[in-house]
Design a protein around this ligand. Structure first.
Ligand SMILES: C[S@@+](CC[C@H](N)C(=O)[O-])C[C@H]1O[C@@H](n2cnc3c(N)ncnc32)[C@H](O)[C@@H]1O
Length: 231
């Protein structure tokens, strides 16, 4: 390496590339989803996630239980849960733009007022936008499995992310997780056991039926659902 590179490292060397749990897919976005983005994002989207979210500005009824869903895909469970629990507030975090578009279509059809969406990396959002001990529940259903061993470092649920979630949850708050990948399930149980901050509660009884649950079942995978509760 030339001496000048040590003295004046190239931006490439200075910036260690962050490993993310997703790859931004250009993906096909339908005209209906595009229209939903243009028409409803202003109503349902939370912008400027570098600042702490003030739920009193965001929800009509702010002093309600706050439930976060990370990686909501097309938003099937998010919307179903919000309809079934009108007294809770929901924030969905997703990076997949066509999924967000689809979710916006349903949010506006059902005229829901207790759901907001964020289009950002959930890790950054948790770090920058939520005060500690403000979230009642975090749901992560079928996180990307990254099955190849060399990609395991991309898995969302690891030691650091569990610590981050623990900081943001209220006392007795809980995390619901579902996966159809056996070795990811093992990793999840291991990382929660080692953290000693959570106890394993009764397994999740929620009937999910998400797109990725159906896909897992079709592939003959076993679906595993967990609830971990903060001590
Ligand atoms: C396998 S899909 C599951 C989607 C949905 N929960 C379901 O069960 O159908 C995982 C989703 O998580 C999203 N995702 C992955 N990492 C994320 C992150 N760091 N922040 C927000 N969303 C993320 C992906 O874009 C993808 O839509």
């Amino acid at each position: 390496m030339p001496y000048s590179s040590f003295v004046n490292p190239s931006p490439k060397l200075k910036q260690k590339r962050e490993v993310t749990s997703f790859v931004r897919r250009a993906g096909r976005i339908t005209s209906g989803q595009k229209h939903a983005w243009q028409s409803y994002w202003e109503l349902y989207g939370i912008q400027n996630t570098k600042r702490i979210i003030d739920t009193t500005n965001v929800f009509n009824k702010p002093n309600r239980k706050l439930i976060i869903e990370i990686g909501f895909g097309n938003g099937e469970v998010l919307i179903d849960s919000a309809i079934r629990n009108p007294d809770n507030n929901f924030i969905g975090i997703e990076v997949y733009e066509s999924g967000i578009g689809q979710c916006l279509i349903h949010l506006s059809d059902k005229k829901l007022t207790n759901v907001k969406l964020i289009n950002e990396d959930a890790k950054r959002v948790l770090i920058h936008s939520f005060k500690d001990q403000t979230i009642d529940q975090i749901n992560i259903f079928f996180p990307d499995p990254w099955p190849k061993k060399r990609h395991h470092k991309r898995r969302l649920i690891n030691k650091d992310f569990v610590l981050l979630m623990q900081k943001k949850l209220k006392k007795n708050g809980c995390i619901n997780i579902a996966t159809d990948w056996d070795d990811y399930a093992e990793q999840i149980i291991d990382v929660f056991n080692k953290s000693k901050l959570f106890k394993k509660a009764n397994d999740l009884t929620l009937n999910l039926e998400t797109k990725f649950e159906r896909r897992g079942l079709k592939l003959g995978h076993k679906i595993q659902k967990f609830t971990f509760q903060l001590h």
